[in-house]
Design a protein around this ligand. Structure first.
Ligand SMILES: *Cc1c(COP(=O)(O)O)cnc(C)c1O
Length: 222
């Protein structure tokens, strides 16, 4: 099957209110244009350099999502256009995003990445760190940043129960934070979890933004 057929198949499995981010990392511009031609507008990349290059070359109405680990000193390369930064994992990074948002006269939407997987290798904040950032009040000084929700990655495993459990953890954290009603919580509405192998479980467990690469574009060699 080709990219348009793959996209149609994935979209058919998603409820209307779930945003599909097509993860185009390592894929050529031609693949992105093919997806674009069948109506896809949200694309995700995990490297700043690739994101900036593709944004410059491809249609201006694409919404670009930064889904990878982001270093503070690289925020400047994407601050003028990025639609959503998924992987925020420190207050220091939020400060850098604020600073670049201010220079570009825009408010930059971000998700806090929460560490839910059992693996120790995946980036992300602990539950306490997330609460610390959202509830401390330090955030109110950063008026060029808007925290739109949480992002997470489940353990890479065939154990579907474990994956479901991890998504539930994230959902519980999200609901608890939303209920506490911190400053800015009106805009706190995105739950970004679920990839090619586990997006069905993610949606069942409340995700409203899935990041899907290989099911749309085929497997990646790198
Ligand atoms: C690569 C990647 C994805 C997509 O992975 P697939 O398994 O190809 O769907 C989603 N999220 C992040 C953060 C990624 O790096």
């Amino acid at each position: 099957m080709g990219i348009p057929e793959n996209l149609t198949a994935v979209r058919r499995n998603l409820p209307q209110d779930v945003c599909l981010v097509a993860v185009s990392k390592t894929k050529p511009d031609a693949d992105i244009l093919e997806a674009y031609a069948s109506g896809q507008r949200d694309f995700g990349e995990n490297k700043v350099q690739d994101l900036a290059g593709k944004q410059a070359r491809l249609p201006a109405d694409i919404r670009w999502h930064m889904i990878g680990h982001l270093q503070s000193n690289k925020v400047k390369y994407l601050a003028s256009f990025v639609h959503l930064i998924h992987g925020v994992d420190s207050f220091k990074l939020l400060q850098a995003i604020h600073k670049e948002g201010e220079k570009n006269r825009r408010v930059i939407d971000c998700l806090l990445q929460v560490h839910i997987a059992r693996e120790t290798t995946k980036f992300g904040l602990s539950r306490d760190e997330v609460e610390g950032i959202l509830l401390s009040g330090d955030l109110s000084a950063l008026n060029h940043v808007r925290i739109r929700g949480l992002m997470g990655m489940a353990t890479f495993t065939d154990d579907r129960d474990q994956v479901r459990e991890e998504f539930r953890l994230l959902r519980g954290l999200f609901d608890g934070l939303k209920a506490k009603g911190f400053a800015g919580s009106e805009a706190f509405d995105l739950k970004s979890y679920g990839m090619s192998g586990d997006y069905d479980l993610a949606v069942e467990e409340g995700s409203n933004m899935v990041r899907i690469g290989s099911l749309i574009f085929g497997s990646r060699s790198a």
